[in-house]
Ligand binder design. Sequence first.
Ligand SMILES: C[S@@+](CC[C@H](N)C(=O)[O-])C[C@H]1O[C@@H](n2cnc3c(N)ncnc32)[C@H](O)[C@@H]1O
Length: 246
Amino acid sequence: MKYFFVLLGALYCACPPSLAEPADPKAYLQMLFENKGGYTIPEEEITAILTAGGHPQYGEITYDSASHILNDLDLTKNDVFYDLGSGVGKLVLQVYLTTPVKKSVGIELSKTRWNIAETCRRQIASDEHTTAGRDLSFLNQNISATNISDATVCFISGITFPQPLIHSIMDRLSAIDHEVKVISVLPLPFHKHFKLLKTYTLPMSWSPEGVEVCLYQLTPTSQFEPAENLSKLDRKRKRRVLHEED
Ligand SMILES: C[S@@+](CC[C@H](N)C(=O)[O-])C[C@H]1O[C@@H](n2cnc3c(N)ncnc32)[C@H](O)[C@@H]1O
């Protein structure tokens, strides 16, 4: 009997049970965000976001739509995820809780939304769903002023983002010296470093019937071959745009 307990102890030390992922992450996140709000923000925040060159309009990717994309991406412990305009932080937390990424970061200008994200982050830590060595953070900052050079995967739901903000994000992402995948709700403007890999039609909080979501790959400038960077999908889309312009 004594040996049985010694063996059990040794087994526990060799492979302790992981507390990191809640048994049902979708239900856990639903519970966490219950009655937290975030859709409406004070007038002065709206003005501050517009003055900073952003846009305060709110809407969320659903848990199931995000799961669909995450299954495809197959993220690893070497990945660094950013949600550029993270709202109350649901997607950042879903990525942290359901994938092995080493870092999941949300950037959000609205203090109200950022506060909700921070409250939930602290709750997750006190529920022991965070793991040492993996970073989960929310920055109350302008996307334009945040260093995202370690990103390997970025999400942008910037349907209402002003064009200068979209272009500055795309330019900064294309200057990164390693490969980056970018998921965008609605197509991004054409950019020679962005190769369209795949499109989805996925439900969002504001559109149960689904909207187009595009997955792009960015090749580091040093390895960039302009002719190769156009995918079949890019060429099809370019032809369609030219045709529509005629
Ligand atoms: C459409 S919501 C997307 C929320 C979340 N990413 C999702 O899909 O579930 C866009 C968010 O970007 C924020 N935002 C807009 N411009 C910004 C900027 N320049 N810097 C940081 N956040 C910004 C808005 O306040 C809003 O919360």
